[in-house]
Design a protein around this ligand. Structure first.
Ligand SMILES: [Zn+2]
Length: 348
Protein backbone atom coordinates (compact mmCIF):
# COMPACT_ATOMS: atom_id res chain seq x y z
CA UNK A 1 0.00 0.00 0.00
CA UNK A 2 1.53 3.27 -1.14
CA UNK A 3 0.50 5.67 1.65
CA UNK A 4 2.41 8.49 -0.06
CA UNK A 5 -0.04 8.36 -2.96
CA UNK A 6 -2.96 8.85 -0.58
CA UNK A 7 -1.12 11.82 0.96
CA UNK A 8 -0.64 13.28 -2.51
CA UNK A 9 -4.34 12.88 -3.33
CA UNK A 10 -5.26 14.53 -0.03
CA UNK A 11 -2.98 17.45 -0.79
CA UNK A 12 -4.52 17.94 -4.23
CA UNK A 13 -7.67 20.06 -4.49
CA UNK A 14 -10.80 18.75 -6.22
CA UNK A 15 -13.91 20.75 -5.33
CA UNK A 16 -16.98 19.19 -6.91
CA UNK A 17 -16.98 20.31 -10.56
CA UNK A 18 -13.31 21.31 -10.64
CA UNK A 19 -11.52 17.98 -10.40
CA UNK A 20 -8.79 18.61 -13.00
CA UNK A 21 -5.88 18.82 -10.59
CA UNK A 22 -6.65 15.56 -8.80
CA UNK A 23 -7.55 13.73 -12.00
CA UNK A 24 -4.16 14.54 -13.51
CA UNK A 25 -2.44 13.19 -10.38
CA UNK A 26 -4.64 10.05 -10.36
CA UNK A 27 -4.23 9.34 -14.09
CA UNK A 28 -0.49 9.82 -13.91
CA UNK A 29 -0.25 7.26 -11.10
CA UNK A 30 -2.52 4.82 -12.94
CA UNK A 31 -0.49 4.80 -16.18
CA UNK A 32 1.86 2.19 -14.79
CA UNK A 33 -0.96 -0.13 -13.72
CA UNK A 34 -3.42 0.09 -16.64
CA UNK A 35 -3.72 -0.66 -20.33
CA UNK A 36 -5.63 2.51 -20.99
CA UNK A 37 -6.00 5.80 -19.10
CA UNK A 38 -8.35 8.57 -20.20
CA UNK A 39 -10.71 11.32 -19.11
CA UNK A 40 -14.06 12.63 -20.38
CA UNK A 41 -16.17 15.76 -20.81
CA UNK A 42 -17.58 15.78 -17.27
CA UNK A 43 -14.25 15.41 -15.50
CA UNK A 44 -14.16 11.65 -14.88
CA UNK A 45 -10.83 9.82 -15.02
CA UNK A 46 -10.62 6.20 -16.19
CA UNK A 47 -8.01 3.48 -15.86
CA UNK A 48 -8.69 0.20 -17.65
CA UNK A 49 -7.26 -3.30 -17.59
CA UNK A 50 -8.21 -5.58 -20.52
CA UNK A 51 -10.21 -3.04 -22.51
CA UNK A 52 -11.01 -5.70 -25.16
CA UNK A 53 -12.82 -8.01 -22.73
CA UNK A 54 -16.58 -8.31 -23.19
CA UNK A 55 -17.43 -8.83 -19.52
CA UNK A 56 -16.73 -5.65 -17.58
CA UNK A 57 -16.67 -4.60 -13.96
CA UNK A 58 -16.59 -0.92 -13.05
CA UNK A 59 -15.14 0.06 -9.69
CA UNK A 60 -15.95 3.67 -8.93
CA UNK A 61 -14.82 6.14 -6.32
CA UNK A 62 -15.67 9.80 -6.38
CA UNK A 63 -12.65 12.03 -6.73
CA UNK A 64 -14.40 15.30 -5.88
CA UNK A 65 -14.56 16.88 -2.45
CA UNK A 66 -16.89 19.30 -0.69
CA UNK A 67 -15.91 22.96 -0.70
CA UNK A 68 -17.12 26.51 -1.19
CA UNK A 69 -17.88 29.00 -3.95
CA UNK A 70 -17.38 32.76 -3.91
CA UNK A 71 -20.85 34.30 -3.62
CA UNK A 72 -20.10 37.92 -2.98
CA UNK A 73 -17.26 40.30 -2.13
CA UNK A 74 -18.13 43.27 0.06
CA UNK A 75 -16.72 46.78 -0.31
CA UNK A 76 -14.06 46.06 2.35
CA UNK A 77 -12.80 43.01 0.46
CA UNK A 78 -14.36 40.35 2.71
CA UNK A 79 -15.56 37.30 0.79
CA UNK A 80 -18.90 35.60 1.33
CA UNK A 81 -19.43 32.00 0.36
CA UNK A 82 -21.87 29.46 -1.01
CA UNK A 83 -21.70 25.82 0.08
CA UNK A 84 -20.43 23.34 -2.48
CA UNK A 85 -21.84 20.09 -1.11
CA UNK A 86 -22.56 19.29 2.52
CA UNK A 87 -20.17 21.63 4.28
CA UNK A 88 -20.84 22.82 7.84
CA UNK A 89 -20.38 26.60 8.35
CA UNK A 90 -19.86 26.08 12.09
CA UNK A 91 -16.79 23.92 11.47
CA UNK A 92 -15.39 26.42 8.96
CA UNK A 93 -14.86 29.10 11.61
CA UNK A 94 -11.15 29.56 12.25
CA UNK A 95 -10.09 27.48 9.24
CA UNK A 96 -7.81 28.38 6.34
CA UNK A 97 -9.42 28.41 2.90
CA UNK A 98 -7.70 28.11 -0.46
CA UNK A 99 -9.39 29.76 -3.45
CA UNK A 100 -8.78 28.10 -6.80
CA UNK A 101 -9.52 30.92 -9.22
CA UNK A 102 -7.17 32.14 -11.89
CA UNK A 103 -4.69 33.02 -9.15
CA UNK A 104 -4.60 30.72 -6.12
CA UNK A 105 -5.01 32.67 -2.90
CA UNK A 106 -5.41 31.82 0.77
CA UNK A 107 -7.68 33.37 3.35
CA UNK A 108 -9.10 32.57 6.76
CA UNK A 109 -12.64 32.31 8.06
CA UNK A 110 -12.78 34.98 10.75
CA UNK A 111 -13.90 34.08 14.25
CA UNK A 112 -15.54 36.82 16.27
CA UNK A 113 -13.44 37.43 19.42
CA UNK A 114 -14.95 36.29 22.73
CA UNK A 115 -14.55 39.93 23.88
CA UNK A 116 -16.91 40.95 21.08
CA UNK A 117 -19.57 38.38 21.89
CA UNK A 118 -17.84 35.31 20.43
CA UNK A 119 -18.99 33.11 17.58
CA UNK A 120 -22.77 32.96 17.20
CA UNK A 121 -24.53 29.85 18.53
CA UNK A 122 -26.29 29.12 15.26
CA UNK A 123 -24.43 29.87 12.07
CA UNK A 124 -25.55 29.77 8.49
CA UNK A 125 -23.24 30.04 5.51
CA UNK A 126 -24.22 33.73 5.30
CA UNK A 127 -22.77 34.38 8.76
CA UNK A 128 -19.23 33.42 7.80
CA UNK A 129 -16.80 35.29 5.60
CA UNK A 130 -13.23 34.96 4.43
CA UNK A 131 -10.49 37.47 5.16
CA UNK A 132 -7.62 37.32 2.64
CA UNK A 133 -6.15 40.56 3.94
CA UNK A 134 -7.51 42.64 1.06
CA UNK A 135 -7.91 46.39 1.61
CA UNK A 136 -11.11 46.60 -0.44
CA UNK A 137 -13.22 45.01 -3.16
CA UNK A 138 -11.12 46.55 -5.94
CA UNK A 139 -8.07 44.71 -4.69
CA UNK A 140 -9.99 41.45 -4.15
CA UNK A 141 -11.34 41.28 -7.69
CA UNK A 142 -7.78 41.14 -9.01
CA UNK A 143 -7.64 37.67 -7.47
CA UNK A 144 -11.19 36.42 -7.28
CA UNK A 145 -14.32 36.08 -9.38
CA UNK A 146 -17.86 35.25 -8.36
CA UNK A 147 -18.18 31.46 -8.63
CA UNK A 148 -14.55 30.66 -7.95
CA UNK A 149 -14.25 27.45 -5.98
CA UNK A 150 -12.41 26.93 -2.72
CA UNK A 151 -11.45 24.14 -0.33
CA UNK A 152 -9.99 23.95 3.16
CA UNK A 153 -6.22 24.39 3.21
CA UNK A 154 -5.17 21.61 5.48
CA UNK A 155 -2.63 18.79 5.44
CA UNK A 156 -3.44 15.31 6.69
CA UNK A 157 -2.01 14.08 10.00
CA UNK A 158 -1.06 10.54 10.95
CA UNK A 159 -2.61 9.52 14.27
CA UNK A 160 -1.88 6.59 16.58
CA UNK A 161 -2.88 3.03 15.70
CA UNK A 162 -2.60 3.37 11.94
CA UNK A 163 -5.13 6.19 11.68
CA UNK A 164 -5.11 9.25 9.46
CA UNK A 165 -7.04 12.53 9.83
CA UNK A 166 -7.59 15.34 7.37
CA UNK A 167 -9.96 16.96 4.93
CA UNK A 168 -11.44 15.11 1.95
CA UNK A 169 -10.78 11.59 3.16
CA UNK A 170 -14.31 11.50 1.71
CA UNK A 171 -13.44 10.27 -0.82
CA UNK A 172 -9.74 10.42 -1.65
CA UNK A 173 -9.47 7.21 0.36
CA UNK A 174 -11.79 5.68 -2.26
CA UNK A 175 -9.70 7.07 -5.15
CA UNK A 176 -6.68 5.56 -3.39
CA UNK A 177 -8.33 2.18 -2.77
CA UNK A 178 -9.40 1.65 -6.40
CA UNK A 179 -5.92 2.70 -7.56
CA UNK A 180 -4.27 0.16 -5.27
CA UNK A 181 -6.70 -2.54 -6.42
CA UNK A 182 -5.70 -1.83 -10.03
CA UNK A 183 -2.06 -1.95 -9.02
CA UNK A 184 -2.59 -5.41 -7.48
CA UNK A 185 -4.54 -6.65 -10.51
CA UNK A 186 -2.13 -5.26 -13.09
CA UNK A 187 0.36 -8.09 -12.55
CA UNK A 188 -2.29 -10.82 -12.72
CA UNK A 189 -4.01 -12.64 -15.56
CA UNK A 190 -7.64 -11.56 -15.77
CA UNK A 191 -10.60 -13.04 -17.66
CA UNK A 192 -12.54 -9.81 -17.53
CA UNK A 193 -12.20 -6.08 -18.19
CA UNK A 194 -11.69 -3.90 -15.12
CA UNK A 195 -12.64 -0.23 -15.31
CA UNK A 196 -11.59 1.95 -12.40
CA UNK A 197 -13.26 5.35 -12.48
CA UNK A 198 -12.42 8.34 -10.34
CA UNK A 199 -15.76 10.08 -10.78
CA UNK A 200 -16.55 13.79 -10.69
CA UNK A 201 -19.36 15.70 -9.00
CA UNK A 202 -20.63 13.08 -6.52
CA UNK A 203 -20.86 15.55 -3.67
CA UNK A 204 -23.17 17.82 -5.64
CA UNK A 205 -25.12 15.87 -8.28
CA UNK A 206 -23.61 12.40 -8.86
CA UNK A 207 -23.37 13.36 -12.53
CA UNK A 208 -19.91 11.94 -13.14
CA UNK A 209 -20.95 8.40 -12.31
CA UNK A 210 -23.87 8.67 -14.73
CA UNK A 211 -21.62 9.53 -17.65
CA UNK A 212 -19.02 6.92 -16.71
CA UNK A 213 -21.41 4.00 -16.38
CA UNK A 214 -23.32 5.07 -19.52
CA UNK A 215 -20.08 5.01 -21.44
CA UNK A 216 -18.61 1.78 -20.03
CA UNK A 217 -21.88 -0.20 -19.86
CA UNK A 218 -20.46 -2.49 -17.17
CA UNK A 219 -21.99 -5.89 -16.38
CA UNK A 220 -21.68 -5.03 -12.71
CA UNK A 221 -20.25 -2.27 -10.59
CA UNK A 222 -18.94 -1.65 -7.09
CA UNK A 223 -18.93 1.87 -5.70
CA UNK A 224 -16.29 2.65 -3.08
CA UNK A 225 -17.09 5.48 -0.72
CA UNK A 226 -16.96 6.30 2.98
CA UNK A 227 -19.64 5.85 5.63
CA UNK A 228 -20.33 7.07 9.15
CA UNK A 229 -18.28 5.47 11.91
CA UNK A 230 -20.00 5.77 15.28
CA UNK A 231 -17.14 4.92 17.63
CA UNK A 232 -16.60 8.36 19.14
CA UNK A 233 -18.19 10.25 22.04
CA UNK A 234 -21.62 11.72 21.58
CA UNK A 235 -22.99 9.35 18.92
CA UNK A 236 -26.10 7.41 19.85
CA UNK A 237 -25.29 3.90 18.61
CA UNK A 238 -28.85 2.80 19.38
CA UNK A 239 -30.01 5.14 16.61
CA UNK A 240 -27.04 4.97 14.29
CA UNK A 241 -25.63 1.47 14.74
CA UNK A 242 -22.14 0.41 15.72
CA UNK A 243 -19.43 1.11 13.15
CA UNK A 244 -15.85 1.29 14.21
CA UNK A 245 -12.52 2.23 12.72
CA UNK A 246 -10.51 -0.95 12.38
CA UNK A 247 -13.77 -2.93 12.28
CA UNK A 248 -13.36 -3.64 8.57
CA UNK A 249 -14.96 -2.45 5.33
CA UNK A 250 -18.71 -1.78 5.42
CA UNK A 251 -21.04 -3.56 2.99
CA UNK A 252 -24.32 -1.84 2.21
CA UNK A 253 -27.46 -3.95 2.37
CA UNK A 254 -30.77 -2.84 0.90
CA UNK A 255 -32.93 -2.73 -2.18
CA UNK A 256 -30.37 -0.98 -4.38
CA UNK A 257 -27.80 -3.68 -3.78
CA UNK A 258 -27.38 -6.87 -5.80
CA UNK A 259 -27.35 -9.70 -3.27
CA UNK A 260 -25.30 -12.05 -5.46
CA UNK A 261 -22.44 -9.53 -5.58
CA UNK A 262 -22.69 -9.07 -1.81
CA UNK A 263 -22.63 -12.84 -1.29
CA UNK A 264 -19.52 -13.16 -3.40
CA UNK A 265 -17.86 -10.27 -1.53
CA UNK A 266 -18.68 -12.03 1.73
CA UNK A 267 -17.10 -15.25 0.44
CA UNK A 268 -13.95 -13.32 -0.47
CA UNK A 269 -13.90 -11.71 2.99
CA UNK A 270 -14.24 -15.03 4.75
CA UNK A 271 -11.52 -16.63 2.60
CA UNK A 272 -9.19 -13.77 3.47
CA UNK A 273 -10.23 -13.61 7.13
CA UNK A 274 -11.41 -10.00 6.73
CA UNK A 275 -14.03 -8.69 9.14
CA UNK A 276 -16.99 -6.92 7.54
CA UNK A 277 -19.46 -4.42 8.92
CA UNK A 278 -22.92 -3.83 7.47
CA UNK A 279 -24.90 -0.67 6.90
CA UNK A 280 -28.55 -0.49 6.00
CA UNK A 281 -29.53 1.39 2.86
CA UNK A 282 -33.14 0.27 2.54
CA UNK A 283 -34.09 2.73 -0.18
CA UNK A 284 -31.08 4.47 -1.69
CA UNK A 285 -27.44 4.58 -0.75
CA UNK A 286 -26.83 8.31 -1.36
CA UNK A 287 -23.69 7.42 -3.32
CA UNK A 288 -22.58 6.90 -6.92
CA UNK A 289 -23.96 3.34 -6.63
CA UNK A 290 -27.50 4.75 -7.04
CA UNK A 291 -26.61 6.60 -10.23
CA UNK A 292 -24.63 3.75 -11.75
CA UNK A 293 -27.51 1.34 -11.17
CA UNK A 294 -29.92 3.46 -13.21
CA UNK A 295 -27.77 3.81 -16.34
CA UNK A 296 -28.28 1.96 -19.61
CA UNK A 297 -30.32 -1.20 -19.17
CA UNK A 298 -29.58 -1.08 -15.44
CA UNK A 299 -26.43 -2.20 -13.66
CA UNK A 300 -26.24 -4.59 -10.70
CA UNK A 301 -24.34 -2.74 -7.98
CA UNK A 302 -22.76 -3.14 -4.57
CA UNK A 303 -21.36 -0.50 -2.25
CA UNK A 304 -18.26 -1.00 -0.14
CA UNK A 305 -17.50 1.82 2.26
CA UNK A 306 -14.68 2.80 4.53
CA UNK A 307 -15.78 3.73 8.06
CA UNK A 308 -15.01 7.39 8.69
CA UNK A 309 -15.22 9.56 11.81
CA UNK A 310 -16.24 13.25 11.62
CA UNK A 311 -17.77 13.10 8.11
CA UNK A 312 -17.57 16.30 6.02
CA UNK A 313 -15.25 18.02 8.49
CA UNK A 314 -11.61 19.04 7.95
CA UNK A 315 -10.59 16.31 10.40
CA UNK A 316 -12.22 13.26 8.84
CA UNK A 317 -10.50 10.24 10.35
CA UNK A 318 -10.04 6.71 8.98
CA UNK A 319 -7.91 3.63 9.54
CA UNK A 320 -5.23 2.35 7.17
CA UNK A 321 -6.07 -1.15 8.40
CA UNK A 322 -9.59 -0.83 6.98
CA UNK A 323 -8.18 0.56 3.72
CA UNK A 324 -5.81 -2.39 3.41
CA UNK A 325 -8.64 -4.84 4.10
CA UNK A 326 -10.83 -3.17 1.48
CA UNK A 327 -8.04 -3.24 -1.11
CA UNK A 328 -7.42 -6.95 -0.47
CA UNK A 329 -11.14 -7.72 -0.48
CA UNK A 330 -11.80 -6.04 -3.83
CA UNK A 331 -8.64 -7.48 -5.39
CA UNK A 332 -9.64 -11.01 -4.35
CA UNK A 333 -13.24 -10.55 -5.50
CA UNK A 334 -12.19 -9.32 -8.95
CA UNK A 335 -9.52 -11.99 -9.38
CA UNK A 336 -12.19 -14.64 -8.77
CA UNK A 337 -14.82 -12.96 -10.94
CA UNK A 338 -15.67 -15.00 -14.05
CA UNK A 339 -17.59 -13.81 -17.12
CA UNK A 340 -20.35 -16.33 -16.29
CA UNK A 341 -20.97 -14.81 -12.83
CA UNK A 342 -24.74 -14.88 -12.39
CA UNK A 343 -26.11 -11.66 -10.95
CA UNK A 344 -29.74 -12.71 -11.25
CA UNK A 345 -30.97 -12.83 -7.65
CA UNK A 346 -33.83 -15.18 -8.59
CA UNK A 347 -31.57 -17.74 -10.20
CA UNK A 348 -28.43 -17.15 -8.17
ZN1 LIG B 1 -18.42 10.49 -0.45
Amino acid sequence: MNKDFLMELLDTSSPSGLEKEVQLVWMNYMKEFSHKVESDNVGNAYAVLNPEAEFKIMIAAHGDEIGFMVKNIDSNGFIFLEKLGGISPKIAVGMKIKFLGEKEIVGIVGANAEHHGGVKEKLTINDIYVDCGFKNKEEAINFLNIGDMAVYKRSAELLQNNMIAGKALDNKTGSFIIAEVMKNLSSKKLDIGVYAVNTSCEETNQGGAYFAASKIKPNLSIACDVTFATDYPGVDTKDHGEYSLGGGPVLAKGSQINININKSLEESASELGIKLQYELTPRRTGTDADTIKFTGKGVPVALVSLPLRYMHSPVETASFTDMEDEINLLTHFILNLKPNFNMNPIEG
